[in-house]
Design a protein. Structure first.
Length: 312
């Protein structure tokens, strides 16, 4: 794990510019939030391929749907609360139903939105997007993975939802063997006592928790599931059968997110028992991101407590 930290929303903006340099079919749409979503970087580089739709997220999704039918690859950008929440009907009916080639870059997801408070801390977006038939759902863990998922989304034919965070997180995939593939998880650490399956910005916290657990004699396997849909069931089952106990970790409600996706797989196979660590069916609150992670027991300390309690 590198000492370098960068917010995945920043990675999103930088990746769009890289993509724009090699693919002139890429257009970026924003809803008056280019500064916050970091798509302003793309706007500066390619002003003719950036469309500010104003504070009208539902309309933006409709415009993107129309553009995609002309061969353009539109990337729609807004906060997760607005992209997945406010515009759900348009994403479902105008993009998902006709299975159009639209990419949704949702930034400021989860409680690490911090001081913006519960109204903007979207902990339900993964659940919403998972229910749309044919929608790919990706939650990258760091700068390297966020850039890679944008490139992969552009290559993929069909709708993709990408979830990015506001706060800077460590770079954990800075190794020459790293490879991103939609639908394939990444085994970060092998173990025999318990499997920790994490997604998004909490993957780094899961790794830190695994180090501390090792000092207590608990050998935890750590898996990074960047693609929640389609889920890498093969990797999940293989690890679950090895350890017999699975803990999922996500900056999202325990209802409908990564934990629920893994629960579906385990319920059908009976391979392991499961504990879900996430937002416990409640709204967020205003406060510094790090303090909120601690209060909601989503930091390394909270994961350690959850794992030890589960194993006990």
């Amino acid at each position: 794990m590198s000492d370098k930290k960068i917010a995945t929303r920043e990675s999103y903006g930088n990746a769009l510019v890289e993509l724009g340099n090699v693919n002139d079919k890429v257009y970026v749409l924003d809803a008056d939030l280019a500064g916050a979503t970091k798509t302003g970087i793309f706007k500066k580089a390619f002003p003719d391929r950036h469309i500010d739709c104003g504070i009208a997220e539902a309309n933006m999704m409709g415009i993107a749907a129309g553009l995609s039918t002309t061969g353009i690859i539109p990337f729609c950008s807004s906060f997760a609360m607005f992209a997945a929440g406010r515009a759900f009907e348009q994403v479902r009916n105008s993009i998902g139903y006709p299975h159009l080639n639209v990419k949704i870059g949702a930034t400021h997801a989860g409680i690490t939105v911090g001081e913006d408070g519960a109204s903007h801390q979207c902990n339900e977006d993964i659940a919403l997007m998972r229910t749309i038939p044919g929608m790919v759902v990706i939650s990258p863990s760091d700068d390297i993975e966020a850039r890679a998922c944008v490139m992969a989304a552009a290559e993929y034919e069909g709708p993709v939802y990408m979830r990015f965070g506001r706060s800077a997180v460590p770079v954990i995939n800075d190794n020459p063997d790293y490879k991103f593939e939609i639908g394939k998880g990444v085994l970060l650490k092998e173990g025999k006592d318990v499997t920790i399956i994490a997604t998004g910005v909490l993957v780094c916290e899961a790794l830190e928790a695994a180090k501390a657990l090792a000092e207590s004699g608990i050998d935890a396997e750590v898996i990074n599931i960047h693609t929640i849909k389609p889920l890498d069931t093969e990797l999940v089952l293989a690890s679950a059968k090895k350890t017999g106990k699975v803990v999922t970790v996500e900056e999202h409600s325990i209802i409908g997110g990564l934990g629920s996706a893994v629960a579906d797989v385990l319920a059908e196979s009976g391979a392991a028992t499961l504990k879900k660590i996430g937002v416990q069916d409640r709204f967020g609150e205003s406060g510094p991101a790090a303090e909120l992670l601690h209060k909601f027991k989503l930091d390394a300390e909270g994961i350690i407590e959850g794992v030890k309690g589960f194993l006990a």
